[in-house]
Write a protein that binds this ligand. Structure first.
Ligand code: ZN
Ligand code: CU
Length: 471
């Protein structure tokens, strides 16, 4: 047993914070309140001056591989105890190499090398995730592009009726195995040729089983308005008449990107709010003005600056500005971008005021969207949660403590049907973060993207105290 003593308990529901002790028994919360005489032998954690909250839930990650590799430090050091993996249409399962397709088609390779794709179905992947004494640190979405990679012969066209039937059967098996929904990334090479009908048929299968449908829109720049309409149309057509609580549309990494979209956050939020009147939905965002994805021209054109985050042909240029990389290669920027492919980039294409407005919205979850396999990962991988907290609560005072915590805990728990997580209450999973609200801040930046944050005093996952590196 463990007693967490004297902290300010913020339970994740948005209810007012209150001073209380928390008693943990096994992997569950046993009591919350004054516990002056804890059971003999109980370990004690001093939470005086600190907030005691549910472990944070990262609503949008690409930790499909990282979550398998023992302890996921990028997450734990921030107080994140659950990550949603398999976003943006690419999940590690259920694709494996075959003679017809020996390499993962883009963008699946963002997750890791071809050798990591070893899970032909979600039964095997989720079993691997549950390692470490049955304390899985992630829940998974099944990716539309991964289904396409497995079943669609030519990724340059929509699925045939037979291929689509096979994908639906795979998705249903994934949901039955424990996936929390479907994801799609319609802007990516493996999915851009898919039809709205194909995605609708899959979303319908996900909704029927009470799963979520998370979508990286077909376009995030000037085509974003049509792309939003497509997402709403898919959700409306796919939603059953009396949906299960988990049947929800999730709009991934919402942003106003590029010169013509910057400054339009209120319009974007208004559109989303209007749709939310008839579609159960939520969205996620990260607290940075730069995005990160594959190297490609449209993103570069929309950006003030581009940083190369990895490059297969030129690994030595990772971490440089695209302008510098182009100089070293003796090429103009367009030609350099092509020469660096396959690779990744970080794109400075948003305005801070838009990011703040989106992030502060009551329907917005925190999704780091970190890319752990990148040579020089975007600092959001190690810093998204403390940066979100610092901006909302301390620096800009956009939200109160309780609401800031709610959007990172009970909101994603409800969206992804994680019933035993996201709220501190008796009987719930003992996933708990103890942090100092005045000191909880990100330190990862482009020079040191893997620098851990400060201000987290303790993290318990399923009742076990995690050992965090001193720093
Ligand atoms: Zn995405
Ligand atoms: Cu993503």
């Amino acid at each position: 047993m463990t007693v967490i003593r004297g902290g300010l308990v913020v339970d994740g529901t948005g209810a007012p914070a209150r001073r209380a002790d928390v008693l943990v028994d096994g992997d569950r919360i046993a009591a919350i309140g004054a516990i002056p005489n804890p059971p003999p032998g109980a370990a004690a954690i001093d939470a005086a001056g600190a907030v005691v909250a549910p472990g944070f839930i990262d609503a949008h990650t690409h930790d499909d591989v990282a979550a398998l590799d023992g302890v996921n430090m990028a997450k734990l050091t921030q107080g994140v105890t659950t990550a949603v993996v398999g976003n943006c249409g690419f999940s590690l399962a259920p694709w494996t190499p075959s003679p017809a397709r020996p390499l993962p088609p883009a963008p699946l390779g963002i997750l890791g090398g071809p050798g990591r794709f070893a899970y032909p179905d979600f039964v095997s992947y989720l079993a691997a995730l549950g390692g470490e004494g049955g304390r899985p640190a992630a829940v998974a979405l099944c990716g539309h592009s991964s289904l396409r990679a497995l079943r669609v012969e030519d990724l340059g066209r929509p699925a045939s009726p037979d291929e689509l039937a096979a994908m639906i059967a795979d998705l249903e098996a994934a949901l039955d195995a424990g996936c929390v929904g479907l994801s799609a990334g319609l802007a990516y090479p493996a999915a851009i040729a898919s039809s709205t009908d194909e995605v609708t048929a899959l979303a319908r299968a996900a909704f029927r089983r009470g799963g979520a449908f998370a979508i990286h829109l077909r376009n995030e720049y000037d085509g974003v308005w049509d792309a939003l309409d497509e997402a709403f149309a898919i959700a409306r057509a796919a939603m059953p008449d009396s949906p299960e609580p988990g049947a929800r549309l999730v709009l991934s990494h919402q942003k106003c990107a590029g010169p013509l979209q910057r400054g339009r956050a209120s319009e974007l939020l208004e559109r989303i709010e209007r749709a939310s009147r008839d579609i159960p939905l939520a969205f996620d965002a990260y607290p940075y003005e730069a995005g990160s994805t594959l190297l490609e021209a449209e993103s570069a054109r929309a950006s003030r600056r581009v940083i190369v985050t990895w490059s297969d042909p030129h690994p030595e240029l990772a971490g440089l500005e695209l302008t510098e990389a182009a100089e070293r290669l003796g090429l103009d920027e367009d030609a350099a971008l092509e020469a660096l492919k396959p690779g990744g980039g970080a794109y400075f294409h948003m305005d801070e005021a838009d990011v703040d407005a989106i992030l502060a919205h009551p329907l917005c979850m925190v999704g780091s969207d970190g890319l752990p396999a990148d040579a020089v990962p975007h600092p959001r991988l190690y810093g998204a949660f403390p940066r979100y907290f610092g901006r909302m609560v301390r620096e800009k005072r956009l939200l109160g403590l309780e609401e800031t915590v709610r959007k990172a805990t009970s909101l994603p728990a409800a969206v992804f049907s994680l019933g035993s997580k996201g709220i501190l209450r008796v009987g719930a999973d003992a996933d708990i973060v103890v942090f100092e609200p005045g000191r909880y801040r990100d330190r990862a930046d482009w020079r040191e993207p893997r620098r851990r944050c400060e201000g987290v005093r303790a993290v318990l996952r399923r009742g076990m105290l995690e050992s965090l590196p001193v720093g």
